[in-house]
Design a protein around this ligand. Structure first.
Ligand SMILES: NC(=O)c1ccc[n+]([C@@H]2O[C@H](COP(=O)([O-])OP(=O)(O)OC[C@H]3O[C@@H](n4cnc5c(N)ncnc54)[C@H](O)[C@@H]3O)[C@@H](O)[C@H]2O)c1
Length: 254
């Protein structure tokens, strides 16, 4: 029985937690072999044991050698790359720009923008000669709106939306589809850290208030719900979808 991704080779970044772990789990369950990439070595090795057939690769997506290395590892082990979930990202420090340092900006930019570009460059170099492939980049609703106190993250996710469009145009002549997801408030470690940054004395209060602000269900989304969208975009069912940015936000930005 076909499970949809039988024999496909996938790379997932930020795979030790959140969306990356959820997508790795779903792709493996559907028959793909997953190269799971993360900077958090212990957590990555622990989680990869639960994902059948997965290869854990410790790498920092902001570093050129690490990115070229995780793609080379996938090719050495499996000979090709069919699917790429270009997802690792960090939230950085929340504060008005007048209170942020250059280092605060550069770190977020290095992981979220340069890291996504490095991943696209290395994976497209493999997919173009194959003349096939599907890529999903993780942007955010931060790619379509501003927010006071969140300028490095907002800028980096606008960059992901731009890189997504460029990669879709570069990939199209080679039958490579490239799309981005733009999640709203999703309950992962990152979202919990943000509530603690907003009010260290009452993160639960911030969490509950944020949940109430979401029109659909008055709750945060789950990593599983986001993974369902990403996996669909990676699948052949999305054969005519490319260059798009998909909000998944419970109507928050409607
Ligand atoms: N949770 C949300 O509400 C939300 C909303 C919109 C977009 N996003 C985006 O989704 C993506 C995944 O976030 P999440 O919520 O699953 O967060 P998470 O913190 O649970 O998971 C992120 C993973 O990325 C890894 N990572 C961080 N920096 C890395 C680096 N330099 N190299 C390799 N791996 C690195 C972390 O170790 C972690 O395992 C991010 O790009 C984030 O910006 C999250």
């Amino acid at each position: 029985m076909s499970r949809g991704f039988d024999g496909k080779i996938a790379i997932v970044t930020g795979a030790a937690a959140g969306f990356g772990l959820a997508v790795s789990t779903k792709l493996a369950a559907a028959g793909a072999r997953v190269v799971m990439v993360d900077i958090a070595a212990d957590e990555l090795h622990r989680q990869a044991k639960e994902v059948p057939g997965a290869t854990p690769v410790v790498a920092d997506v902001s570093k050129e050698a690490d990115v070229d290395g995780y793609v080379a590892r996938a090719v050495e082990e499996h000979g090709r790359v069919d699917l790429f979930f270009n997802n690792a990202g960090i939230e950085g420090r929340m504060a008005p720009m007048t209170e942020l340092s250059v280092e605060d900006f550069d770190r977020v930019w290095a992981v979220n923008a340069r890291g996504v570009w490095l991943g696209l460059r290395a994976v497209l170099r493999v997919m173009k000669p194959q003349k096939s492939g599907a890529i999903v980049n993780t942007a955010s609703m931060a790619a379509i709106r501003g927010a006071a106190t969140f300028s490095p993250y907002i800028a980096s996710k606008h960059a992901v939306a731009g890189l997504n469009r460029c990669a879709a145009l570069e990939g199209a002549p080679y039958n490579i589809r490239v799309n981005a997801i733009a999640p709203g408030h999703i309950d992962t470690r990152m979202a919990r850290d943000l509530t603690a940054q907003i009010d260290p004395d009452d993160p639960t209060g911030v969490f509950e208030q944020t949940a109430q602000s979401v029109p659909l269900y008055n709750r945060y989304g789950t990593a599983d719900e986001v993974a369902n969208l990403a996996v669909w975009l990676l699948s052949d069912e999305a054969s005519y979808v490319s260059g798009s940015l998909y909000l998944i936000d419970g109507a928050l930005n409607a």
